[in-house]
Design a protein around this ligand. Structure first.
Ligand code: IGP
Length: 263
């Protein structure tokens, strides 16, 4: 079983997201460690991209800060290598497909394995194109985390049946960023997925507050939060790690509360 799947056995998983090299190398390393110390189960690290079509203003701005810092794919790998000296927390990359394609599927997955990166979330790679990357992903034991959205419809069955690691359930239509309302069929969407697989589900997109995290943890096996953390990094800059750790603890305890209440 994938090491990512194992994590969900103990409790509801919290999966925070940061953009690599935002605002700089050392702060990103410290943020990854702070997320782990605060109780993150998996850290999702975004590789900055010039055309992040699924991202809202907050993450787009973070990508621009990373570019201003001179980020390259190699910088991102070096950040992970540095973080790995301080933490064993499971890590997945959020990356647009072109970055992986350009680096080479085999070389990229090999690098992930060497760095202890367990999975890839590739939002612009449709399920139907997954076959291209699977030989490399299988060779190096990297999970390709599929996304299921409120409009996945008849594709849910095949996506779920072929999933490994965990399934990223997109909370609503649109792009990343804070929101007050989510797709109202989320419970049904998660239970439909459960008809086809035991691979755990995590809900992301627009989850911003501890209260929302608690609600999502009552629906799915895990919760993903990006923009709320990236906002803290934008505000606090080099001082972010402390605030990021405090936020992570607040989310963790809200999720644990939610879980206890439903037992
Ligand atoms: O920022 P949000 O709304 O909390 O959403 C999670 C998210 O940041 C992270 O998983 C992510 C960042 N960029 C993405 C692009 C597509 C899908 C997911 C993502």
């Amino acid at each position: 079983m994938s090491n990512l799947t194992e994590i969900f056995k103990n409790h509801k998983a919290f999966i925070p997201f940061v953009v690599a090299d935002d605002p700089d190398f050392d702060t990103t390393v410290a943020n990854i460690v702070a997320l782990a110390d605060g109780g993150a189960d998996i850290v999702e690290v975004g590789i900055p991209f010039s055309d992040p079509i699924a991202d809202g203003a907050v993450i787009q701005a973070a990508d621009l800060r990373a570019f201003a810092s001179g980020v390259r794919t190699k910088t991102v790998f070096d950040i992970i290598a540095e973080a790995r000296k301080q933490t064993t927390v499971p890590i997945v990359f959020l990356t647009y497909l072109n970055i992986v394609f350009k680096y080479g599927y085999d070389a990229f997955c090999q690098k992930c394995q060497a760095l202890g990166v367990s999975g890839l979330v590739i939002p612009d790679m449709p399920y139907e194109s997954k076959a291209e990357i699977m030989p490399a992903a299988n060779k190096y034991g990297i999970d390709i985390i599929p996304l299921i959205t409120p409009t996945s419809g008849h594709r849910i069955e095949k996506i779920a049946k072929n999933a490994t690691g965990f399934i990223y359930v997109v909370s609503s239509l649109g792009i990343t960023g804070e929101r007050n309302e989510f797709f109202n069929g989320l419970k049904d969407l998660v239970s439909e997925i459960k008809n086809y697989t035991d691979v755990p589900t995590a809900i992301g997109f627009g989850v911003y507050t501890p209260e929302q995290a608690k609600t999502m943890a009552s629906i799915a096996d895990g919760v993903i939060i990006g923009s709320a953390i990236v906002d803290i990094v934008a505000r606090e800059k080099q001082a972010a790690p402390k605030a990021v750790e405090a936020f992570t603890k607040a989310i963790r305890s809200a999720m644990d509360e939610g879980t206890k209440a439903s037992v």
